[in-house]
Design a protein around this ligand. Structure first.
Ligand code: MN
Length: 245
């Protein structure tokens, strides 16, 4: 549900291998300018879809591209990476991030709503407040959730989904949070190439690592987990068909 295919050193090769392995991948972008090129990486691969994004960590440098976002949104079926980042290196740009995020949610709402991959590091409450004002923007999937348990409860009440990956589940905090997440609103992600599996760059297909991690956290088996995730994916895709009609 969240992989930066275009930012791998050899994106064509990685995209081809994902296709050869018959993987479904949401290939997220960080700026509207990256949309066409990133989509071009995988246009023959039906299981790989590109989402239109403007990353909150880039909002202060790329806010002018919001116009391009509005131009592309009618043809983009998926949105992300979008959101807010209140962590210490980015909170000085919070106002700019907020105006970009509000604009994006309005724009997505006008276009009929989308599945949205949302970044919420250090900013869960603000993200939920804005999402609540734009219910018709679609289905938010909070990616790599790092908030508190009470913020998690609010996100669940709001109807958010969660995409989680091996890096998140490798931390104690991540393992605690996953115990509280609804099993029917979880999808796997890698956030590659920004994450590592041991010492190696995380590859999209390393995502299956979470089957074992989740089985442990939920007292289940890796096969059962694979079935749950597949069923969740089917539900989400079905919901997406009802959006944008
Ligand atoms: Mn990301």
């Amino acid at each position: 549900m969240h992989c930066h295919l275009d930012l791998y050193p050899n994106p064509y090769q990685i995209a081809k291998e994902c296709n050869d392995r018959r993987m479904y991948v949401l290939s997220v972008t960080t700026t509207p300018k990256a949309w066409h090129g990133t989509q071009g990486l995988t246009k023959e691969y039906k299981r790989i879809r590109t989402s239109l994004g403007l990353h909150p960590q880039l909002a202060h440098e790329r806010f002018q591209e919001i116009e391009l976002f509005d131009q592309i949104i009618p043809e983009a079926q998926y949105v992300g990476e979008i959101g807010l980042d209140g962590t210490k290196n980015y909170r000085m740009h919070f106002e700019r991030q907020m105006s970009v995020f509000k604009h994006i949610l309005k724009s997505v709402e006008r276009s009929g709503g989308s599945i949205m991959s949302v970044h919420s590091a250090g900013a869960v409450s603000s993200v939920l407040t804005e999402l609540a004002k734009h219910k018709d923007a679609g289905i938010p999937i909070l990616h790599w959730f790092t908030g508190s348990k009470s913020e998690l409860r609010k996100a669940i009440e709001h109807g958010c989904w969660f995409s989680i990956g091996p890096a998140m589940l490798a931390t104690k905090r991540g393992q605690e949070l996953i115990k509280e997440m609804p099993h029917n609103r979880i999808l796997p992600e890698t956030d590659g190439p920004f994450t590592k599996l041991g010492q190696e760059m995380m590859m999209p297909w390393n995502v299956v690592t979470i089957h074992g991690q989740l089985a442990k956290a939920w007292n289940s088996s890796p096969n059962e987990i694979a079935d749950i995730l597949a069923a969740n994916f089917a539900t989400l895709i079905d919901s997406n068909k009802r959006l944008r009609v």
